[in-house]
Each structure stands twice: as structure tokens, then as C-alpha cells.
Design a protein around this ligand. Structure first.
Ligand code: FES
Length: 550
């Protein structure tokens, strides 16, 4: 007997004493590394989803890892039989919205006005020479998400997109949401989270079909924690009431005039030009970060007369409501349930994920699966569909309880029971709480503004998850408000769009700097009705307007 080792869906019989890294290499699987298995770079991480007990004990270079993460170069198959399943940090295959849709035309009418310019063979950043070259002048826009990192490479002279890429944020070993990352970073000083991410970014940038040294500027957006970890700022204060980043605190003390950050390419540990500028767009306040700020730029909020709302549903859901005259923003700690986290059969939107579900007349489940493979799990949009269908067919009530004391609903039966895809009542509980946080955020922001949902002219659902949601199902379970569907725009990745605009236009970047200073931060934790809104929002029923606060 031997242990069957499955890495990224490919299997091999582990018969000798090689490491997981070596087996992966033998199967042609690309595992990130910069140290060639010395245990130093920390990039060769895998997540073990089955068979942890058949692996060698944690080695010293892995002591920074929590949960089911291992360094593949330090991990050996120790058991005599069984099955070990693991995967590398995913790149490229996820269904990622790299673009935005349905945004105002006005936001594409800005003049190309980058900070990096050419004067003969001199290349200048804000008029200061950084290089002598006649080669291209390139830049990168980056959306640094808690779960996913998206990069866009553009030509700064023509504004054209050259390439884009995405990968799973390898900082997941420090927890799946921002509070865990803050705790991890505080308990493991030494910038481990940043160094691991820098390694992955380096590989991604080196794979672009250009000389990385021709990249002279980078615009980084992300929530306050992700951005500040990247810029090696302490994130401790973001995790403590009143949840402020170092830059926000310093600005309040008059020590700085903006919450934006900048550092050189060299200091960023990236292979771009060493004198390149890496600009971290300003955060708004608290957990409402630079990604939300970039969304505002993408929807052209500075020039918007109409009343709009932007909702980016994620581990932290960002909400922005207003127009050029008044803007309110909030961040809702929804947790990772709608991204498949903390759900028994949850998974990201990868091949094998059930992304849509219908229940037929005969009661059978009709799952729509990503890729030409059998279902392996269920991703966020599939979960929304499933909840909606269970409600519609009366198999679940609006409190999230299954009928007839059923504990588990199987929507796909595999060859063996361990391959079944199912939903537990405890999963529904997790989803209810995530939804409750989002709905509470909506009610708190709208009531603080003094408007109700029907006053909104356009409701942008931003982000990849929002792009793929079934709107009617989302309304039925109360994930999005019961608005006329014609008002809802599934806009895709507005954060990367905003980052790109800031990269290509100095004047738009200045507009953003000014805009964030005008945003009122709606602190959900201090809203007097937040708890009531939350309890109400945990129920699976349409979200209707509540009477406005006076
Ligand atoms: S390959 Fe560098 S730590 Fe494993």
C-alpha cells in the first residue's frame, strides 16, 4: 500500500521519501519558490484539505504557519496508506472580474496625464529624472484583496492594457479575514505576511511579457489592513476600537495631510524599477479603505448628481452612498461565508464549484458547475441560488431552518459519500450572520443619510461576487435590497478600474485625494439600531426600506 497524494487535482503514489514540493515538480505543477527548497522564502505553501495526519510533523521553518497550511519543501508523506489532498495557492484559474461594467461614460473621458513622463531619453516621475532610456514606460494597478490579488499592467504613454493576472492572496495562512491577519501580524513581528506576498507578486510581475525594470509606477488599492501590511505599517490600531490606521491617526494629529502612502520599488521588494514610485491610494476611515476610495473614482462620484449606492460584497463588505454633494461610507464585517469560507462544502469560484442551482419540479437539484468537471463544492453565487431555491420550494423557512428536522441537504451525490456536495443547517447559520452584517450596514448607512432604498438612482454591485449574483435570488433571500432591477448595475471589479484611472491620470488622483476627505464614515458599531438591524437582517426574506431617521 502507498499513500495517494493529490496536488491541484493530479494524483501520484507517494512511494519514496520525497517532499510534497518534489512530488509536485514531478507532476509538472509549478510551486512558487525563490529559495529552491531551503525553507527560507516561505512561498512554496500548500493548503492540505485531507490527510494531514499522514504528513510529517511541522518543521522549524514552518512554525509561522497556522491551520492546514504547510511548506511543501519541508513536508513529507509519513503514513503507510491513505489519501493526502492539497493545493498550492491558486493563481489564474479563479473566476475573477478583472474589469468593470456599466460605469458612467464620464469616467473614461479623463485626459491621459500620468505622473511618469518622457523628455527625450529622460524618464521622469513628477518632473524628477529617475532613468535614461528610450524603452517603454509602464505601470501597474493592483487591487490587493484579503482573498484575491489582481494586477493590471498598462502602457503609461498610450493608456493601453498590456496584460493582467490574478492569484489567491498567499497571506491566507495568517487567517481568512482582516482581524485574524492583524492578530497574526502582531504576534509574528518580522513582516512575514508582507514578505510572502512580495514573493508571489515578484513571480507574477516577472511573468508579464515585459522587462520589469520598465515599470515606473504602481498604484495599490486594498482595504486599510491589506494596504498597510503591504507598506509595512503597523496594523495593530486597525484592530482596536476605534479601528483607525496609523495614517488616519497621524492625519488627525496634524502630522500628515493625506492617508495615502508612497515608497520606492526597491523598498517594496518588487522587481520593478528601483526608483519606481509605489503609491498606496488614500484610505477613507477605519476599515473603509483604499479599495472603496478607488470604487468612488470608478463610478465618478466626484461629478455625480444622481444618488448612487455602491456595495462591494466580500469578507468585508464596503458600502458607499451619496453623490457629489454628500457621501457616506461604511464597512461591514460580513466574514468569508459568501466566499465559501466556513462552509462545509464551500470553495472559491474555481473549476468544480457549483455556481448556480435550480430545483426542478420533481425536487431534484440542477447544479451549474464551473469547468468540465464533476462538482467538488459550492461557491458564493451557488450558495445564494441554493438558499433562494430552498426558500422558494419551502425546504427552508426564513429563519434558515430546514423542514422536518433535516440537518443536511445533499445537492450532488459523488461516487463515494466523501465526494457528496451538501449544505448543513450550520452553514445556513454562517450565511445568515454574514447577510445580517450586510443588511445592518445597508440600513445603518441609509438611515444615517436620511433616505430609503427607493431614493437611489443607481445601485452598483461591485466586485467579482456581485457580478455573478443572480439578482432575483439575491433579492429573495435579502442579500440586496428590493429595488427595481433596472436600477441595479452589476459593475464587476470597480476597485481595479479606479486604481487604473489613478495610475493614468494625475488630476484624477488629486480628485481622489480630495474626495476621500469629504466622506463621512458611518461607524456601524456605534449606530444605536445596529443590533436590531443585524437580527432582522439574519432572516432570509426581502430587505425592504425602513422608516427614515429624522
Ligand atoms: S521553497 Fe522556499 S520555503 Fe519552500
Amino acid at each position: 500500500m502507498a499513500v495517494t497524494l493529490t496536488i491541484n487535482g493530479q494524483s501520484i503514489q507517494a512511494t519514496d521519501g520525497r517532499s510534497l514540493f518534489d512530488y509536485a515538480e514531478a507532476m509538472g505543477i509549478d510551486v512558487p519558490t525563490s529559495c529552491r527548497t531551503q525553507g527560507k522564502c516561505k512561498e512554496c505553501m500548500v493548503e492540505v484539505v485531507e490527510g494531514m495526519s499522514s504528513l510529517s510533523a511541522l518543521a522549524e521553518p514552518e512554525c509561522h504557519l497556522k491551520g492546514n497550511f504547510r511548506l511543501s519543501c519541508q513536508t513529507y508523506v509519513a503514513g503507510a496508506e491513505g489519501h493526502v489532498r492539497c493545493h498550492t495557492m491558486r493563481r489564474g484559474h479563479m473566476v475573477i472580474e478583472r474589469h468593470a461594467f456599466g460605469l458612467p461614460v464620464s469616467n473614461r473621458e479623463f485626459a491621459l496625464d500620468p505622473a511618469v513622463t518622457r523628455d527625450g531619453d529622460r524618464i521622469l516621475i513628477d518632473g524628477v529624472e529617475v532613468e535614461r532610456s528610450t524603452g517603454p514606460i509602464l505601470g501597474i494597478a493592483m487591487d490587493l484583496g484579503t482573498t484575491t490579488v489582481v494586477l493590471r499592467l498598462v502602457d503609461l504613454e498610450s493608456g493601453e492594457l498590456i496584460a493582467d493576472t490574478s492569484f489567491e492572496n498567499p497571506q491566507r495562512f495568517g487567517g481568512s479575514e482582516v482581524m485574524s491577519r492583524i492578530t497574526y501580524d502582531t504576534e509574528h513581528p518580522g513582516r512575514l505576511l508582507m514578505r510572502t506576498l512580495a514573493g508571489y507578486l515578484t513571480h507574477a510581475i516577472e511573468k508579464f511579457p515585459v522587462d520589469p525594470k520598465t515599470i515606473y509606477e504602481m498604484v495599490v488599492v486594498g482595504n486599510s489592513t491589506m494596504r498597510d501590511l503591504f507598506f509595512r505599517q503597523s496594523v495593530y490600531s486597525i484592530g482596536q476600537n476605534p479601528y483607525q490606521s496609523i495614517t488616519e491617526i497621524e492625519m488627525a494629529e496634524g502630522k500628515r495631510v493625506t492617508t495615502s502612502l508612497a515608497q520606492s520599488g526597491l523598498r517594496s521588494l518588487l522587481p520593478i524599477h528601483p526608483k519606481a514610485r509605489v503609491y498606496g491610494a488614500p484610505v477613507i476611515s477605519g476599515h473603509v479603505g483604499a479599495d472603496a476610495a478607488a470604487c468612488m473614482l470608478a463610478v465618478d462620484l466626484a461629478n455625480e448628481e444622481r444618488l448612487i449606492a455602491v456595495m462591494d460584497i466580500g469578507t468585508n463588505t464596503e458600502l458607499i452612498v451619496g453623490n457629489k454633494h454628500r457621501i457616506l461610507a461604511a464597512s461591514c464585517p460580513a466574514g468569508p461565508a459568501f466566499e465559501g469560507g466556513a462552509i462545509a462544502c464551500g470553495m472559491p469560484a474555481l473549476d468544480g464549484a457549483i455556481e448556480a442551482v435550480a430545483i426542478a419540479e420533481d425536487g431534484s437539484f440542477r447544479p451549474g458547475v464551473i469547468g468540465e468537471v464533476p462538482p467538488e463544492g459550492i461557491c458564493g453565487s451557488g450558495l445564494v441560488d441554493l438558499l433562494s431555491e430552498l426558500l422558494r420550494t419551502g425546504q427552508m423557512n426564513d429563519m434558515g431552518r430546514f423542514e422536518d428536522d433535516v440537518q443536511r441537504i445533499v445537492l450532488y451525490r459523488g461516487d463515494t459519500p466523501d465526494k457528496d456536495v451538501f449544505l448543513l443547517e450550520s452553514d445556513v447559520n454562517e450565511l445568515a450572520q454574514a447577510k445580517g452584517a450586510n443588511v445592518a450596514g445597508l440600513h445603518a448607512v441609509f438611515s444615517t443619510y436620511g433616505i430609503d432604498f427607493n431614493d437611489i438612482d443607481v445601485f452598483y454591485l461591485a466586485g467579482g461576487f456581485g457580478r455573478h449574483l443572480n439578482i432575483e435570488a439575491s433579492k429573495r433571500i435579502g442579500l440586496v435590497p428590493s429595488l427595481a432591477s433596472s436600477k441595479i448595475v452589476q459593475a464587476g471589479n470597480t476597485a481595479i478600474e479606479g486604481a487604473t484611472i489613478a495610475l493614468l491620470s494625475k488630476s484624477k488622483r488629486e480628485e481622489l485625494e480630495e474626495l476621500v476627505k469629504r466622506v463621512e464614515h458611518c461607524r456601524l458599531e456605534t449606530h444605536p439600531s445596529f443590533f436590531n438591524f443585524f437580527v432582522e437582517g439574519c432572516q432570509f426574506k426581502p430587505v425592504e426600506p425602513i422608516p427614515c431617521a429624522t
